[in-house]
Ligand binder design. Structure first.
Ligand code: MRU
Length: 353
């Protein structure tokens, strides 16, 4: 299968972050160089890099980009700068907990070396930590793929929403990783990709990735999912997640909740694949997950064409929360979580942070 380098660090501690500009896909496969912290922030905010795990990895490397100028500073200035850089990156997007998880990890790494190493040495250790976060995500995706593939059967139709593939992670993906692993094990699947209004991550990114890997994919408008299920074309639904609360309520791209309701009405199992870095066990249930509100123009002027009257009221939440009771199983790198309960999640993913 083709390998997609969603993002990578170029050079040593004084290097920079390179990432695929996902806003240009599927027409152009172009990388952009992020040499300053403002470019990293803008890339996350504008979804040039997107998908919960990839946002976390970009933020980790973003810390290294932002700290380069402090390599020769004294310790106090270095840690003041670290607080500024991590606060700034934390303000880019609110829902995917991987962003905050990665920033906390970077801060903890630096703190553990305070007073023992020079700022230059701490910066080198921060780059190692970002690389470790990147590499661990690669391994978690493969493990989720192996566990999740057991849920899919040869000949099934599988519906997915948004993009939870290699582009949304270090590579391989969460929900799409499960599909890739099932196909690699010899199962023939027919994948339906919701186009995913308003920014079309399904049509632009998921369809592109699946075609790149030679997998049978059919794009449908989001509003067609119920009819496609009624026609008996889909036997399983699988999505990723941006934040999963302690009880299993899962935030994901807007439209996911509706899909889970429709799947339940058709008695079709609904699965969510996400690494442990996407679980937020500090939140007891999904109502506490912050939902990003985005620019109304994404709806009224999407892709350069006005499609609604100027000045019309628009509501544009980027995510919704699917209640745990609608999720047949969670798939994480440690295995399957089924039934989806607070107790099972605590057993498999660990105790609250
Ligand atoms: O707004 P996006 O494109 O960042 O939203 C992404 C999603 O909702 C994905 O499904 C989720 O992050 C899982 S990615 C493995």
């Amino acid at each position: 299968m083709k390998h997609i380098d969603t993002l990578r660090w170029a050079g040593q501690a004084d290097g920079h972050l390179e990432l695929i500009d996902q806003t240009l896909l599927p027409v152009e496969l172009t990388e952009i160089a992020c040499r300053d912290i403002e470019t990293v922030w803008e890339a996350i905010k504008m979804l040039r890099v997107r998908g919960a795990p990839a946002i976390g990895i970009a933020a980790a490397y973003g810390v290294c980009v932002g700290m380069k100028t402090a390599a020769d500073a004294n310790e106090e200035t270095f840690f003041t700068r670290l607080a500024e850089v991590t606060d700034y990156l934390a303000g880019s997007r609110p829902t995917a907990v991987n962003l905050f998880w990665a920033l906390d990890r970077m801060k903890a790494k630096a703190q553990s070396l305070r007073g023992q190493q020079s700022p230059g040495e701490i910066l080198a250790a921060l780059l190692d930590e970002a690389r470790a976060i990147h590499e661990e995500d690669r391994r978690m995706c493969r493990a989720m793929g192996r566990h999740g593939a057991t849920l899919l059967e040869d000949g099934q139709g599988v519906l997915t929403h948004c993009n939870a593939g290699g582009l949304a992670t270090a590579d391989y993906g969460t929900a799409l990783g499960v599909i890739f692993a099932a196909v690699e094990s010899g199962k023939r699947l027919k994948v339906y990709a919701d186009e995913t209004r308003p920014l079309l991550q399904g049509a632009r990114l998921t369809a592109w990735e699946l075609k790149q890997r030679g997998i049978d994919v059919t794009v449908i408008c989001d509003s067609m999912a119920a009819q496609v299920m009624r026609e008996g074309r889909v036997q399983a639904v699988i999505t990723g997640a941006d934040r999963i609360a302690a009880n299993g309520d899962a935030a994901n791209k807007i439209g996911t909740y509706g899909l889970a309701v429709v799947a339940a009405a058709h008695k079709i199992p609904f699965y969510v694949a996400a690494p442990s870095s996407t679980f937020d066990l500090s939140l007891p249930e999904g109502g506490a997950i912050p939902i990003e509100q985005r620019d109304p123009r994404e709806i009224t002027h999407g892709f350069g064409r006005q499609t609604a009257p100027e000045g019309v009221n628009v509501y544009n939440p980027a995510f919704d929360v699917t209640p745990a009771r609608l999720i047949e199983a969670l798939i994480c790198e440690h295995g399957l979580i089924r039934p989806v309960t607070t107790e099972r999640i605590a057993q498999v993913v660990g105790s609250p942070r």
